[in-house]
Design a protein around this ligand. Structure first.
Ligand SMILES: CC(C)(COP(=O)(O)OP(=O)(O)OC[C@H]1O[C@@H](n2cnc3c(N)ncnc32)[C@H](O)[C@@H]1OP(=O)(O)O)[C@@H](O)C(=O)NCCC(=O)NCCS
Length: 151
């Protein structure tokens, strides 16, 4: 599969190429800094990326700046997870570009039902139409309006 890149502001870019991903950096942030994956092993991180729709975010010099993945059947359903921007790169709209790259990737073009859980980043996902289901404040969901190939 050839690499699909999306150019963002200030020379940043996203890529779906798993060979480009800096697993050490992704593992370090998830296992040491995240609120939800403390202690996750490198092997688990590697496997969770291999079997998911994963997108990396990169600085102009190619260094890993962020990451996101979706657990999906590539057909109907997906759950967005492990979304982060490394602290040095935050506040520049990069998470918005990263989430857009996940949602607009052709591999998930027919996926209508999207879910995620978040404690405090609702504003990020609301930009894409995600809403909070009644009585489940930590959850968000989005139904893609008109997939190219309706199933
Ligand atoms: C949340 C996070 C991904 C945002 O990254 P970012 O590149 O700074 O975000 P952006 O600049 O693209 O901002 C997008 C929107 O996200 C929201 N946002 C940004 N930082 C946020 C934060 N720390 N907490 C909650 N919402 C935040 C804002 O609504 C912002 O909208 P705006 O542009 O209208 O102000 C980043 O702060 C991060 O990695 N945090 C730790 C991990 C995490 O919480 N991930 C989300 C798990 S659901």
């Amino acid at each position: 599969m050839s690499e699909l890149r999306t150019e963002l502001a200030h020379g940043y870019f996203t890529s779906d190429d798993k060979a480009r991903m800096d697993i050490d950096t992704i593992h370090r942030w998830l296992s040491e800094e995240s609120a939800w994956a403390r202690g996750r092993t490198r092997e688990t991180v590697e496997r969770s990326i291999r079997l998911a729709h994963a997108i990396g975010l990169y600085a102009p010099d190619g260094a890993q700046a962020g990451f996101a993945r979706a657990v999906t059947d590539y057909t109907l359903n997906a759950r967005l997870t492990d979304v982060f921007i490394l602290p040095a790169h935050r506040g520049r709209g990069l998470a918005t570009g990263l989430v857009r790259a996940v949602l607009e990737h052709p591999a998930v073009a027919t996926v209508r039902a999207w879910t995620l859980s978040t404690d405090d980043a609702h504003g990020l996902y609301a930009k894409f139409g995600f809403i909070v289901p009644e009585k489940r404040p930590g959850e968000m969901e989005w139904r893609r309006p008109s997939p190219p190939a309706a199933i």
